[in-house]
Design a protein around this ligand. Structure first.
Ligand SMILES: [Zn+2]
Length: 326
């Protein structure tokens, strides 16, 4: 394959072919609480080997999704998960690399056939930006469903199914840096808090509590004490990571490097946050650069290990993490 195909945006990826993951890896097997890293790439640009940000938290026969970046639906299916078991979707923020597949999930995974969505699903995420009144999570879903009105109308008329507007219940939340409950059902309780991901007005970190353990998510964030608070004592912390040295090597301007540092977390900082929170395991996801040839797993793990003695998982698409494994 030519370099043009493997590096379509000219970001300097090494030559060669990186196949996408198609089946589960990591902690194989069953468990009452499973974390499946569906997509582990940072940033909106399509990258070889990793898809956009999305993680499944599987509690028994119920699946919850945190973010739905590009490729989320396909990875969800490849993980062996069914949309009919979807218990809720939590959107950390409204950058496209976290929501590109949000509508796809419901448009393509809808209806009782093929184990699709046939029940109400709550989608919880940040509300509108008060600075320019741009849409929040509810607006994104509402406008998106309207944009696909012809398709939804035809399918509703030609096969028995409930209209998507009645099934997808999108809710805006507005929280400050103090962890606040935003969702609860018979399996999980979710707390959210604002984390620093400028210039977005609101990006969420999450804590998902279950009777089988706790899974926390940094979302996209600069190093933050809020994440450590959300993740306190968690079994698994899924943390974003960005390697500043890689982007410095690409010749990014000092201003751009400062911007990245103000909105993302270096591997050293991830280790420090994981240690501060005393989590059992930190799983790196939303990895920048996403191309697995640019930074090896060892190179990701080493700086995290400098500050953290617990388990470290360098995430790849379809990596499963069982909280009980050490
Ligand atoms: Zn992102």
């Amino acid at each position: 394959m030519s370099a043009l195909c493997t590096d379509p945006f000219g970001l300097g990826s090494p030559a060669g072919v990186v196949p996408d993951a198609v089946q589960l890896t990591g902690d194989l097997g069953e468990g009452p609480l499973r974390v499946v890293l569906l997509g582990t790439a940072a940033g909106p640009y399509p990258a070889p080997g990793r898809q956009g940000a999305a993680t499944a938290v599987v509690v028994g026969d119920r699946t919850y999704l945190v973010d739905a970046g590009y490729g989320a639906l396909r990875k969800y299916a490849q993980a062996g998960l069914a949309l009919r078991d979807l218990g809720g979707v939590f959107v950390t923020h409204l950058h496209s690399d976290h929501v590109a597949d949000l509508l796809t999930l419901f448009l393509l995974g809808w209806g009782p056939a093929n184990r699709g969505v046939d029940h109400q699903v709550r989608v919880v995420g940040p509300g509108p930006d008060p600075r320019d009144a741009s849409a929040g999570t509810a607006g994104l879903v509402e406008h998106g469903l309207r944009a696909f009105g012809q398709d939804i109308g035809v399918r509703t008329r030609t096969s028995p199914r409930t209209h998507l507007a009645e099934l997808v219940r999108a809710e805006d939340v507005s929280v400050d840096p103090v962890p606040t409950p935003v969702f609860e059902d018979d399996r999980i309780r979710v707390l959210a808090a604002a984390v620093p991901h400028p210039p977005l007005h609101l990006a969420l970190g999450l804590r998902i509590e279950t009777e089988h353990g706790v899974v926390a998510f940094s979302g996209d964030t600069a190093r933050s004490r809020v994440v450590a608070e959300l993740a306190a004592g968690a079994d698994v912390l899924v943390h974003e990571v960005m390697d500043p040295a890689y982007y410095r090597g690409l010749g990014y301007s000092p201003e751009l490097l400062d911007f990245l540092a103000a909105s993302h977390t270096s591997p050293q900082e991830v280790g420090e946050v994981a240690a501060e929170a005393e989590v059992g395991c930190v799983a790196l996801s939303h990895i920048g650069p996403p191309d697995p040839r640019a930074v090896t797993d060892d190179e990701w793990e080493r700086p995290v290990r400098a500050g953290f003695r617990g388990r470290i998982v360098v995430g790849h698409d379809l990596t499963q993490v069982l909280p009980s494994r050490s």
